[in-house]
Design a protein around this ligand. Structure first.
Ligand code: 13P
Length: 233
């Protein structure tokens, strides 16, 4: 069983979400399917597809205009939330520190956070990939919490149509698995995300410690997303 999560980013409509849910309800798979959609679409419900947000506030409530708390997300019936996506880190100032607080708020509200880590192209070129991944996991994961998912998203490959080599993915996922195990969180699912398509999904998910994928662009069309879900058992 693999976990196939879609991240719609700031895309989609309610109509598309309804169409996607209907299509996903009819597919024959044991894989876990999650759709992380904009806040305005969170109230969707489906027995087959879990719904998630793309960020939550680190705060419970208060004077934080524009923010949405983990409890508010949970109250819609959603059960997951992404935290620490590279686009939040790039455009909204999220750091490992704030991501850890958001992940803790998500867990406290009963949501499963999908905590993203990954290196930029500059960090990769400076030979810092492993250091960034390891500190990302150590600093973004709250203490004493088991109900989490990690997503390795090499930031330079997101939306770029290019992916790391299998060896690069394998080393990153091995390091994440070892780091989690060292933190007492062995067995935590680890997803790969960045330029996942139907044509590379099965190969990527055959790499050790790749427990599923986090899909951006290819999760926005039924005909692109379903073949990714059904590419593995
Ligand atoms: P793409 O699949 O469009 O590269 O996006 C990946 C991503 O950011 C998922 O969170």
């Amino acid at each position: 069983m693999k976990i196939i999560a879609g991240n719609w980013k700031m895309n989609g409509t309610r109509e598309l979400l309804n169409e996607m849910i209907v299509a996903l309800e009819n597919i024959d798979t044991e894989n876990k399917v999650i759709l992380c959609v904009p806040y305005t679409m969170l109230a969707a419900s489906s027995a087959r597809v879990a719904i998630g947000a793309q960020d939550v506030s680190a705060h419970d409530h208060g004077a934080y205009t524009g923010q949405v708390s983990a409890n508010m997300v949970a109250a819609t019936g959603a059960t997951y939330t992404i935290v620490g996506h590279s686009e939040r880190r790039q455009y909204n100032g999220d750091t490992n520190d704030t991501v850890r607080q958001k992940a803790a708020a998500a867990v406290a509200a009963g949501l499963t956070p999908i905590i993203c880590v990954g290196e930029t192209m500059d960090e990769k070129n400076a030979g810092k990939t492993m250091e960034i991944i390891q500190s990302g996991v150590r600093e973004s994961v709250p203490q004493d919490t088991k109900n989490i998912i990690i997503a390795y998203e090499p930031r330079w490959a997101i939306g770029a149509g290019i992916t790391p080599t299998d060896d690069e993915i394998a080393s990153a996922h091995q390091l994440i698995a070892d780091t989690l195990s060292d933190m007492g969180l062995g067995g935590t699912p680890i997803l790969y995300g960045a330029s996942v398509r139907a044509s590379n999904a099965a190969q990527i998910m055959s790499i050790p410690h790749v427990d599923g994928v986090l899909v951006g662009g290819a999760s926005l069309k039924v005909d692109d997303f379903i073949p990714i879900i059904t590419s593995v058992k």
